[in-house]
Design a binder for this molecule. Structure first.
Ligand SMILES: [Zn+2]
Length: 98
């Protein structure tokens, strides 16, 4: 039996990617944040591991989409925290890759 690689869709650009190539955002215990291990329970949403998608956190329509995917209201504050977390994550990822 061949092993299937899980594919997920970016909530912002709708691109289909391997799950491990996307960043999982989850709402866990009332807190929205990155799920770095992609293992937290609860609803999650995936977005590309790229600045051009993370920049969409500035777009109210995209934020609404993300909130709907998570079934969790996203305040401006939460979005800003998330954005910072994502940018840190990308920086570190690029730095420590390989
Ligand atoms: Zn994307």
């Amino acid at each position: 039996m061949s092993k299937l690689y899980p594919i997920r869709t970016c909530v912002f650009c709708r691109k289909k990617e391997l799950k491990k190539k996307l960043v999982r955002i989850t709402c866990f215990q009332g807190k929205v944040g990155l799920d770095k291990e992609q293992s937290l329970p609860g609803r999650g949403a995936y977005i590309c591991h790229e600045a051009r998608c993370i920049d969409k956190l500035d777009n109210p329509n995209k934020i609404k989409k993300l909130a709907r995917a998570l079934r969790f209201p996203l305040t401006r504050e939460r979005v800003q925290l998330l954005e910072r977390e994502l940018q840190e994550f990308i920086k570190r990822g690029k730095h420590g890759e390989g």
